[in-house]
Design a protein around this ligand. Sequence first.
Ligand code: GLN
Ligand code: ZN
Length: 720
Amino acid sequence: MSRFPQSTVLGYPRIGPRRELKRALESYWDGRTGRAELDRVGAALRADTWRRLDELGLAALPSNTFSLYDQVLDTAVLLGAVPERYRDAADPYFAMARGTEGLAPLRMTKWFDTNYHYIVPEVGPETVFKLDAAKPLAELRQARELGFETRPVVIGPVTFLLLSADPAAALDRLDDVLACYEELLGALAAEGVAWVQLDEPALVADRTPDELAAVRTAYERLAGVAARPALFVASYFGHLGEALPVLAATAVEAIGVDLVNGAPDGLAALAGKTVVAGVVSGREVWRTAPERAAHALRTVAQHAGQVVVSTSCSLLHVPYDLRDEPDLDPELTARLAFAEQKVAEVVELARTGFEGPEPVERAAPSARPEPVERRSPYEVRAAAQAAHLRLPVLPITTIGSFPQTGELRQARAALAAGTLAAGDYERLVEAEIERVVRLQERLGLDVLVHGEPERNDMVQYFAEHLDGFAVTRNGWVQSYGSRCTKPPILHGDVARPEPITVRWARHARSLTGKPVKGMLTGPVTIVAWSFVRDDLPLREVTFQVADAVREEVRDLEAAGLSIIQVDEPALRELLPLRRAGQAGYLEWAVAAYRRATSGAGDSTQIHTHLCYSDAGEILAAIDGLDADVTTIESARSGARILDAVGSFGRGLGPGVYDIHSPRVPSGAEVEELLRRTLAALPAERVWVNPDCGLKTRTYEQVEAALANVAAATGRLRAEL
Ligand code: GLN
Ligand code: ZN
């Protein structure tokens, strides 16, 4: 086996430094350009990445970390796990990712505790696995033509199966999947590949004995392949725990461990192995403290056969290059590292060896005082709200955003560039609010929203108006497919210098006699979707944000808004992957939410919105938020949430259609979902709404979809 080179990264951003891939994808999907142009853009991005990593001095370059949509979907294709119903689509790959006319896409969900989303594979007894290694081989050969030997990166068999829609059924197919991986290893060996990286992040969560047995089976079998590259099994997003000795007992040559939050126990099991030491965070944008990294490297070196310096996970989760941010305060810049700078850190740590002084641990500062609860019990509030709001049964509402038109985006850019006067911009936003209000009135919705036209993004917008945050110019990070977010950087103490949303909410309210819902982003989501300072406990930072949101809630209420939605779509995102940490997290996350909302009076109806369907498992925490109404994704995930909601004692709006896809739901589909909802919940607590905000859709799609929703609701109301 060849020695693993001294430095590497587990993966790299792929959307392009200027989101070139996003533009190429969207143009291809719209039919403006053909497949050849999309492939050309992809190839150019890969070539640029390899050249840059090489220039920076990185010793081992990964390949197959590029994706046109998602690496888990790529793995499904690699293994032939394409469900029958997509096989005849014009483009099965994008049909699985996005759906086509009459065909819903595969489910999508969060990638561990990140804000990246993957496509959930469907694996069952009927799946016919068949290796299709075209993509990794093509990338390998492309790199070779450019003069680079690379290490193909593929999701490992255990993680792939555990991420499938039905993990237990999928694990039954382990043998067949392993046959594909064996064949893949053979094909890579035939190409002369020295190392392959198999990503197994699922191993950092709690695993059952059966699942650990699957790990043992998988890696004993793969290590037993006669002609194969050396095997590097990468774990990330936490510690391997019980999986570490299992993996270490197999004959895999290298194991990747996440050392950003300190070295785990049990490293002695790694004796003789190559350890790919993730000491530079792939998740955060702060510079690596060299003494802490060197300390972790020294700890690992006591046990390992060889130590390779690496990132803790793929750099997919950070922006490309800090040099693209000339507007940032130099004092802040000095604290930051983006992907390029992190590669340089990895290279430097590998160069200087692991010597250095022992790190000094920081003392955690004391926490903020607990919030004061002011609201009456739910039943009391519900009565006050019913009397005050006088809504019909099955009230129809939306989640907040309406389509963001190109005109608005251009206007915002012009405002930022100084070519559009603030007054002109404000008039444009007001006109858009009026259009959204009129549209909702015409469609017969009951609780209206202003449509969020002034917001580029539900977190960035608030970050731009709060002290303690910086926003970047080019700091895009992939969220799913072509969608990116630009996480703000929360670097200092948070405060709200003045009201943020009140003027727009007030404008919407002035236009209509129907109730208008104020729209805020919750404290947990603001921190979850930002890069957050690491010199204070996350709980403490979140409470600071909660206090700013609390001030905004009170100002909206004072401006006459009787319904205020505080979104927490990311509540579950920060949930620790291991059960041991979950209760403690949920306790402070819920406390932060209540801190933000408990300043409202009893007759003010607080809504919250959550963006995921795996809510059953944290329903108690959602209940703990104490919101009067919760709207939640449901349609996209096959209404699974309905199995769990029986005990939920407040207003609930399980989404009646999936907004991630351009497909317009039929009235019959919506009606069917509503009937199922009414079978699970008493009608007086049911709300009717889409799964999520509408900003990624067109007005045409939104109008057609909401008209069908209103018609279906009307039919059901007539029956009640
Ligand atoms: N209010 C936001 C919107 O409608 C919520 C978005 C979200 O949940 N991600 O866009
Ligand atoms: Zn949502």
